[in-house]
Ligand binder design. Structure first.
Ligand code: ATR
Length: 467
């Protein structure tokens, strides 16, 4: 098999492949110096270095399998164009980059015409995951999965004895699921950040002390990679100033765009992923220093500190609120996957998706087992958070969740993801929504008509304002 694109992710994935018994890996990079460097640095890998697409194709045994790991976008198209010329029907081209799923759908369709299989594959876990075992989300045809399955199973992360890879569905399904994975990651990170902020200002604890809180949480139902690394980040001291590193880091969050894709796609599918959207917007808000600086004098409560009468009780309330909001964020993410599967005609096993996220990726967590259980018990579950386990957790969290959101509003500590998750939850529970009024307004100004609760059909009222 072969790897094209030898930046960090590609090199590490190639090394991972080469480390498996019986694998010989051909490598190619547009800039040959990078290929030579990788081969020289890792003689143990036994790489076959190639310096053209022709020699790359010649080095592979049939059916040829090449994994492309280049910058998503035009570079991916450029490499596919080259490979299509040197590959033959039955061969497999895998795009392991962070491609937009609609690009993958387009590419799969075009490549299929040549008889070559094209597989868009989400790869999660960053550099370390690529080297030691990522979570893999391949799409593409059933035929390609027959060849790819064993290869991918051998390099994927292992969670509770099972490889973190499954054939997600046809064409763009793998990249779609990877996109939503990233959106959920945005929400999870924002929720953790809000919890930290509330605890810091509510109890006056230092980052190092809050690190202990997160380390403790990591031993319970919140156990996850993100909670674990949060403790590490908060404990870190800046070597230069001796201050907690978190206080020295500029408070403007970056983003590479996958959160925005998740939200844009959800908007077009009509799926309310409000937690993911708030998390994405919170990063945007943080990154506008010019707006933040002119807004600093706006009226509102002074930044209160150490307002919690009972710090331990407050911390426990924040923990419960975090868990409840996290359940909402995941439920929304799975809802988007379900809606995407319906729209694009993919057959996606949601329980399997949760399973393959248990290892290798950034959102790996104990909690994912509960999602798998929920979909195993009821594959067509319309809303994940209505599964019995989550209902229990949400019941336990109720009072605390509402109190924490209230405290956020009263003290002026922004907690957009906490509060929007709660609003979503209450929206779902509501017996009647004011959407009825919106329908009335729409009918009033645009004769958009409405439906009634007591009879079938579509109605329009002759409003007094009608001309
Ligand atoms: P980095 O991750 O180091 O910032 P990048 O610009 O994201 O690099 O590119 C990642 C990989 O995509 C590299 O292997 C790069 O090849 P070069 O080393 O020759 O730059 C590859 N790449 C980018 N554009 C490409 C293209 N049009 N054709 C082929 N490979 C390309």
């Amino acid at each position: 098999m072969g790897v094209v694109g030898l930046a960090v992710m590609g090199s590490n994935l190639a090394r991972n492949l080469a480390s498996r018994e019986g694998n010989t890996v051909a490598v190619y990079n547009r800039t040959t110096a990078k290929t030579d460097e990788l081969v020289a640095e890792h003689p143990e890998a036994g790489f076959v270095a190639t310096d053209s697409y022709v020699t790359f194709a010649q080095a592979l045994t049939r059916p040829r399998t090449a994994i492309i790991m280049v910058k998503a976008g035009r570079a991916t198209d450029a490499v596919i164009d080259e490979l299509v010329h040197v590959f033959e029907p039955g061969d497999i081209i895998v795009d392991g980059g962070n491609s937009l799923f609609t690009d993958t759908i387009r590419r799969e369709k075009a490549v299929r015409e040549t008889g070559i299989n094209f597989v868009g594959m989400g790869v999660s876990g960053g550099e370390e995951g690529a080297l030691l075992g990522p979570s893999l989300m391949p799409g593409g045809s059933d035929e390609s999965w027959v060849t790819l399955g064993p290869i991918l199973r051998s390099i994927a992360a292992v969670a509770e004895g099972e490889p973190c890879v499954t054939h997600i569905g046809h064409d763009g399904a793998g990249h779609f699921v990877k996109m939503v994975h990233n959106g959920i990651e945005y929400a999870d990170m924002q929720l953790i950040a809000e919890a930290y902020d509330l605890i810091r200002r509510g109890t006056g604890k230092t980052p190092a002390e809050i690190a202990d809180v997160f380390a403790e949480w990591n031993r319970g139902e919140l156990e996850s990679y993100l909670i674990e690394i949060t403790a590490e980040v908060l404990r870190q001291v800046d070597a230069e100033t001796g201050r907690p590193l978190v206080d020295v880091i500029l408070d403007q969050a970056g983003a590479k765009g996958t959160g925005a894709w998740t939200v844009q796609t959800a908007l077009s599918l009509g799926v309310p992923v409000s937690g993911i959207a708030e998390a994405t917007f919170a990063r945007s808000l943080s990154s506008h220093p010019e707006q933040r600086s002119v807004s600093r004098e706006l009226p509102g409560p002074d930044a209160a500190t150490a307002f919690a009468d009972d710090p331990d009780a407050f911390i426990e309330e924040v923990r419960l609120a975090l868990y409840a909001s996290k359940i909402v964020a995941y439920s929304q993410g799975f809802d988007e996957i379900r809606a995407g599967a319906a729209e694009y005609d993919w057959s996606i096993d949601l329980g399997e998706v949760a399973k393959i996220w248990r290892g290798g990726c950034i959102i790996r967590a104990q909690f994912l087992n509960r999602i798998t259980d929920a979909y195993r018990a009821e594959p067509d579950l319309p809303v994940l958070l209505t599964a019995p386990y989550f209902v229990d957790a949400l019941t336990r969290a109720q009072e605390a969740w509402r109190r924490v959101v209230t405290i956020s509003a009263q003290t002026g500590i922004p907690a957009p993801a906490f509060s929007s998750s709660l609003a979503y939850y209450d929206g779902l529970r509501a017996e009647r929504l004011p959407a009825a009024l919106i329908q009335g307004q729409r009918d009033f100004f645009g004769a958009h008509t409405y439906k009634r609760i007591d009879k079938d059909g579509t109605f329009h009222t002759l409003w007094s304002g009608d001309r």
